[in-house]
Design a protein around this ligand. Sequence first.
Ligand code: NAD
Ligand code: TDX
Length: 352
Amino acid sequence: MILVTGGAGFIGANFVLDWLRETGEPVVTLDALTYAGNPENLASLQGDARHVFVHGDICDRALVDRLLSEHRPRAVVHFAAESHVDRSIHGPAAFVRTNVEGTFTLLEAARDYWTMLASDPKAAFRFLHVSTDEVYGSLGPKDPPFAETKAYEPNSPYSASKAASDHLVRAWHHTYGFPALTTNCSNNYGPYQFPEKLIPLMIANALAGKALPIYGDGRNVRDWLYVSDHCAAIREVLARGRLGETYNVGGWNEKPNLEIVHTVCALLDELRPDPAGAHARLITYVTDRPGHDRRYAIDARKIERELGWRPAETFETGIRKTVAWYLDNQDWVAHVQSGSYREWVDRNYAQR
Ligand code: NAD
Ligand code: TDX
């Protein structure tokens, strides 16, 4: 049994589904079902005895204590976070609360639980903290990609809150010997990503005939990884990573935003032609994001060397699957955009 936080969100849901398929080991999912958490992402697990869903907050220490003592997990995989940079600029408080205070609460609860375990389960217990490349700051065009040794230089309220949480995890290992691991991954894309992030937003807007907003000059560079490759990397680090270490995860796949948007448009032109013309006609340049980091790139040699992890998808195969998934799941997009999903959550998961 493992405990997964944030398992109703984009990467967490992909992880839970892949985990059960690949390992069959039961999962307890703890998720607060914010705007980004969607129980529909886990709907295929309804009636599956290997999965327990708990609606609740990682800042709720009593709840986390109860889950740990009731389910006795052998590991915690921590995804729960506020994750969108633009939202962090307009409302940083939620980011400090969930990403910093929430990670602190989880660490303290897990440390108490781990301390009380008998010697064998204690030796086996692991806490994996899922983090981001954004903690390293912004690269110039000729800088080498981020290695694990790169100094932290977070620039947005989001990345600062994730950096703070990474530091807590590091300190809990260093000070208490707490068996923690951290992964810092590049930009993910794939099924179930909320349509506020670049790729699903562009797909949703293009299908609706709306503008495709490009921040600044569109030349900011991100390093893209298909979500199931990130999930596989997390499974490897959880199984065989060295305690106290951090592992950077990325697919050596740097691309400027404008190229991403043109690729999405070309795939839509092929798979769902628009009689009004090529989807790229909708590209619109808008005011840049404040403090917009110019370039991220991940040096993934450590995880490749130590754990033999390699991405299974190329960008070409991953983006084709992604566009096809959104075309096949337009109801999912409509639900998360319409608010009908929130009404459903409020009805079914009234906070206890
Ligand atoms: P997401 O926003 O899609 O999902 C976050 C999930 O956490 C949601 O289900 C939400 O309901 C839940 N949550 C939020 N606050 C909570 C709280 N207080 N208690 C319990 N649950 C809460 O995010 P994502 O894109 O799936 O990212 C997951 C993790 O991976 C985050 O920690 C993020 O920093 C990290 N990460 C994301 C990316 C990316 O490209 N999306 C890349 C690297 C790392
Ligand atoms: O409408 C848009 N137009 C645009 O040009 C949006 C939403 C984004 N962008 C640009 C900003 C970024 O340079 O596209 C790039 C990607 O933007 P996001 O999808 O918002 O991702 P980013 O800010 O790079 O952060 C993501 O990757 C790292 C995730 O949201 C984080 O959770 C993760 O840690």
